[in-house]
Design a protein around this ligand. Structure first.
Ligand SMILES: C[S@@+](CC[C@H](N)C(=O)[O-])C[C@H]1O[C@@H](n2cnc3c(N)ncnc32)[C@H](O)[C@@H]1O
Length: 487
């Protein structure tokens, strides 16, 4: 097991801000003002939604909130639970497959470029469509697009120093991957545009560079929602990411007062996307929806913010027998054999995909599981010498953290103490302590540094919370009479 932070210092940092900024580029996170829009005086978005056949509750307004949330929606009067707050008919959401309002086919160059976007970077695909509409004079969606933020606080726009300031290798890897992709895709787009021939320019002759591609990808990753049931050409239906004008002004909370629903049928044969009040909403309450059970890695990468005390945040570690031995010995476990498992133990490790050809050595701590089931099962199994005792249990039981210790209290105590020692090692791999980070924040730093430092404080807090949780479990196990007997 090696702490995931260890390779941070060896990473080659890519950052879109390191590049010369061509004319068409967009502001980076270092100078990020969440309320600044593409058009400094954008047209009335609520009025446009109503004019185009959508519904906006008379007590819902756009609030010009200050950072960190940017703009949001707010209730001007009490709104009863169950009320429709916003409803968008089929024609208002912007998706990749939605062709122009004039019924034209999708631009073939755009389709070709979209086919080169890796599946996991799906936001870039819809981003191409957004850039197309952004470039189009008289676009149907112009009111919507001009109301979009002009910059995003996602780490691809951080200065290199703040990418490094994240101190967490799995995130650094993702940021680098996205930056590298955008730099390569800029060349791909350039090639496609230089070989247009008789085909029409998808961006109306305008230049597109890595920074405008990054703007579009971030606009989509931070604002698109997956809608189900949209019909494809062969009339089957798939989940499709769509940009939902006005609905995407709702900020996130894990205790939301509103939610998105989709409706079809009745007098409304077309698909309707709605936001409905999930609770009674009081006057001046902001409207919040839940973006999902996401870790802070995803909140930061896709949305450009970090949720403090996020119950879904986790730390990724690499399973490594040698380090587990060291952690276990540091925890006072005598002769652990994580690096030299017996044949029967290796078989179980293979089943857990922690050994063998199809091994996936990434394991997590934190989140609702506290310790990933595969890691917990591996520890329990490798700390037990009696194969028959282990084989009495289903793997699902060995993977689950419950008050019952499946292989006995002594085994459970050794497993928990090993995880706590691992946590201590993972904490040591961070170059700074939480107290150092807090004093950096107190000094007042640029917004990208603040985000990076807040992110790493939260990661360290996840580790500390796991240590606390397991210490409590150890206390509770020790308080049981049978430990004395076994001990
Ligand atoms: C779907 S948009 C919501 C509208 C956005 N605030 C705006 O100004 O247009 C998502 C973005 O809002 C901000 N945001 C949403 N919820 C937030 C939260 N709980 N904390 C901080 N920022 C939040 C982030 O910038 C995020 O990328």
């Amino acid at each position: 097991m090696s702490a995931a932070t260890s390779s941070a210092s060896r990473t080659l940092f890519y950052s879109l801000t390191l590049r010369r900024r061509p004319l068409s580029s967009f502001s980076a996170a270092a100078s990020y003002f969440p309320s600044m829009r593409l058009d400094p005086n954008p047209p009335d978005l609520i009025g446009w939604v109503r004019k185009e056949g959508g519904f906006v509750h008379p007590s819902v307004n756009i609030s010009r909130d200050e950072p960190p949330h940017g703009l949001g929606l707010v209730a001007s009067q009490d709104i009863p639970k169950g009320s429709d707050l916003i409803a968008l008919p089929d024609r208002l959401p912007l998706g990749f497959d939605v062709d122009g309002r004039d019924g034209t086919e999708a631009n073939p160059v755009l389709v070709e470029l979209a086919s080169k976007v890796p599946v996991e970077l799906w936001a870039m695909k819809l981003g191409l469509r957004l850039l197309q509409e952004r470039a189009k004079v008289g676009s149907f969606w112009w009111t919507y697009i001009s109301n979009l933020p002009e910059a995003y606080s996602v780490p691809i726009f951080f200065p290199g120093e703040d990418i490094k300031n994240l101190q967490y290798a799995p995130l650094l890897y993702q940021v680098n991957k996205r930056c590298r992709f955008l730099l390569e895709f800029e060349r791909e787009v350039g090639r496609a545009l230089s070989e247009l021939g008789s085909r029409s320019h998808p961006f109306e002759g305008k230049d597109v560079d890595s920074s405008s591609l990054g703007w579009a990808m971030s606009a989509v990753s931070s604002r698109a929602f997956r809608l189900h049931g949209r019909k494809t050409g062969d009339s089957s239906s798939v989940d499709t990411p769509m940009m939902l004008p006005l609905i995407d002004m709702c900020n996130h909370s894990f205790s939301p007062n509103a939610r998105i629903v989709q409706e079809r049928g009745g007098p409304m044969p077309e698909m309707l996307v709605k936001v409905v009040a999930e609770k009674e909403i009081q006057a001046n309450d902001p409207l919040f929806i839940n973006y999902g059970a996401l870790s802070n890695d995803l909140f930061l990468l896709d949305y450009g913010f970090v949720v403090p005390s996020n119950p879904y945040d986790m730390i990724e570690l690499k399973y490594d027998g040698g380090l587990l031995d060291a952690a276990s010995m540091a925890a006072g476990v005598t002769s652990p054999n994580f690096s030299t498992p017996a044949t029967w133990q290796k078989e179980i490790l293979s089943e857990l995909k922690l050994d063998g050809e199809s091994a996936d050595l990434k394991v997590t701590i934190g989140g609702s599981d506290v310790v990933e089931g595969r890691l917990l099962a591996a520890l329990r199994v490798l700390l037990e010498t009696d194969a028959s005792k282990v084989q009495r249990h289903e793997l699902s039981i060995l993977k689950s953290l419950s008050p019952e210790a499946p292989l006995g209290t002594v085994n459970e105590l050794a497993a928990f103490r090993t995880v706590i020692a691992l946590c201590a090692i993972a904490l040591e791999h961070f170059p700074t302590k939480i107290t150092d980070d807090e004093s950096i924040l107190r000094k007042g730093v640029p917004s990208s540094t603040e985000l990076a430092v807040t992110f790493r404080i939260q990661k360290k807090s996840v580790i500390i919370d796991v240590m606390r949780d397991l210490s409590k479990r150890i206390k509770s196990l020790l308080s049981k009479d049978d430990v004395v007997a076994q001990g």
